[in-house]
Design a protein around this ligand. Structure first.
Ligand SMILES: NC(=O)c1ccc[n+]([C@@H]2O[C@H](COP(=O)([O-])OP(=O)(O)OC[C@H]3O[C@@H](n4cnc5c(N)ncnc54)[C@H](OP(=O)(O)O)[C@@H]3O)[C@@H](O)[C@H]2O)c1
Length: 323
């Protein structure tokens, strides 16, 4: 029988550190940390996530700026609003919730967010920096001093800059890596299977596991024999959004199973992709849904927001200090 890999303890530790940093920025530098949230239409899952994030942000003293757009909103209106948010000094990061509606191209929207405010790391610049291993220093935070790692990606002439440029890792896959490490799971040399190849979850998670030197297979709908991959997997991360996809007899004894899926059942219950009770019998560690990856995702988003505020170029400016 395996152990439950719950996310609340890690999430609470992260939120505690975030609250301290937010308070310190306010008290010592006069900077209030602000998070922008945008939702289009009334998709129940998005609205629920929006509200949960607003409440948790309040708990760590981050101000929220809420943009609730009707389903009829045009792409141009969204882009204009993002331009305003990019210029708004009060907002350090913007989270856009998906889906946006059929007429709106999500890539146009995420690419309009300044990389410095792209706290969910979905714009092309953030994705490119992850692929080029220019932002993966964040997943090695415990091994290598962050400042040293960040500086190596700065152009030579930027030595005088008072701060380092930011880019952010997508919160859900980054949260998965942190949860695995929190539970002491070694990634180097392990066979990892990621189910799902979306830009928000599957692909960046595969890249992060690869950066950690796991041997990674990415499965998707066209994968001919999912069982064959799972049979050899030391670590399984499922982000398909299909309830009951992973059964107990599909995984190897002692595997570590991370369930990222969120599926709302007809009776309102929220379940993941994994048959939790069956898998717990064979796995060494399994995340529950809810209460596994979800809380760590939101805590990581808030941490990215305060990190964005901390790298604000004004932070070291004498103009911030009252005469
Ligand atoms: N816990 C959290 O904090 C959190 C955060 C974000 C998302 N989520 C949840 O994670 C899940 C995935 O999110 P997403 O944004 O990545 O969704 P998505 O864009 O719909 O991607 C789903 C991926 O799963 C693959 N897939 C679907 N059915 C499959 C099957 N039967 N076998 C193998 N692969 C299959 C799809 O393959 P194709 O590419 O071939 O279509 C696709 O790559 C959702 O349930 C979402 O609600 C959770």
């Amino acid at each position: 029988m395996g152990q439950v890999m719950e996310g609340h303890r890690l999430a609470s530790e992260i939120r505690g550190r975030v609250r301290q940093r937010v308070d310190s920025l306010r008290d010592n530098n006069g900077i209030e940390v602000g998070l922008g949230l945008m939702v289009v239409g009334d998709n129940p899952a998005s609205v629920q996530y929006f509200q949960a994030t607003v409440n948790i942000a309040k708990g760590v003293h981050i101000n929220t700026y809420q943009y609730r757009m009707p389903a009829s909103v045009s792409l141009n209106e969204i882009l204009n609003t993002i331009c305003d948010i990019n210029r708004d000094e009060r907002i350090n990061g913007l989270l856009v919730l998906f889906p946006l509606g059929r007429k709106i191209n999500p890539r146009r929207v995420v690419n309009a967010i300044l990389p410095e405010k792209d706290i969910d790391g979905l714009g092309s610049v953030s994705v490119g920096r992850l692929a080029a291993e220019e932002s993966t220093f964040q997943i090695f935070a415990h091994d290598i001093p962050r400042a040293t790692r960040e500086r190596q990606f700065l152009p030579q002439q930027a030595d005088y800059l008072p701060c380092t440029p930011s880019s952010f890792l997508p919160c859900t896959p980054f949260g998965v890596i942190r949860l695995l490490e929190f539970y002491g799971v070694q990634l180097r040399g392990k066979n990892a299977v990621v189910i799902g190849k979306s830009l928000a979850v599957g692909k960046p998670l595969a890249m992060m596991l690869l950066a950690k030197e796991a041997t990674v297979s990415v499965c998707h709908k066209a994968t001919a024999d999912l069982r064959a991959y799972l049979r050899n997997a030391d670590i399984v991360c499922s982000a398909a959004g299909v309830s009951g996809l992973i059964r107990g007899d599909m995984i190897k004894d002692g595997a570590v199973v991370v369930d990222i899926g969120i599926n709302v059942q007809q009776d309102g219950r929220v379940v993941g992709d994994v048959d939790f009770d069956e898998v717990l019998q064979r796995a060494s560690l399994v995340t529950p849904v809810p209460g596994g990856v979800g809380p760590v995702t939101i805590a990581t988003l808030l941490e990215n927001t305060v990190r964005s505020a901390q790298s604000n170029a004004l932070l070291n400016s004498p103009l911030l200090i009252a005469p």
